[in-house]
Design a protein around this ligand. Structure first.
Ligand SMILES: [Zn+2]
Length: 144
């Protein structure tokens, strides 16, 4: 095997949570590493800086991200609901369920920039598959 084998291959979950290119799992999709730099957090690289994968496959590609955002919001709310239920409890006799609603809405708002980036990364990962041979493909392209 080549010397490339000693390079660690990241798992899909790590790739997605860190907003990495799904093709090589190394390049950053977004220009700014910080999710909470509110002026720049949605600026994307046109191409992956590591393997050259296009980040906008076609025009309007990211309109479909809405479905992912929705699924994430539902998953997130379900998680906080269950956590709340276990840790704090719910009852029809008091306002605890409304406290959960408020807390959940607040958390979602705070995490929105991160979730928006996550949605785009997931959406891109659905269409672009990881290619273990991306290095040799790239070398081929350079050779030609
Ligand atoms: Zn890449």
């Amino acid at each position: 095997m080549s010397s490339n084998t000693k390079n660690k291959v990241h798992g899909l979950l790590w790739t997605v949570l860190n907003h990495k290119c799904p093709h090589c799992r190394e390049g950053n999709i977004f220009k700014d590493k910080g999710s909470f730099h509110l002026k720049t957090f949605m600026q994307m690289n046109d191409n992956c800086p590591v393997c050259g994968q296009k980040t906008e496959i076609e025009e309007g590609f990211y309109y479909g991200t809405g479905y992912v955002s929705y699924a994430l919001a539902v998953a997130f709310s379900t998680s906080t609901f269950v956590a709340w239920w276990v840790l704090i409890g719910m009852s029809v006799d008091d306002n605890r369920v409304f406290w959960w609603l408020g807390t959940n809405a607040f958390l979602m708002l705070i995490l929105q920039p991160y979730l928006m980036r996550l949605s785009r990364t997931i959406w891109l990962s659905i269409f672009v598959k990881f290619d273990t041979e991306w290095r040799s493909d790239k070398n081929k392209m350079v050779a030609v």
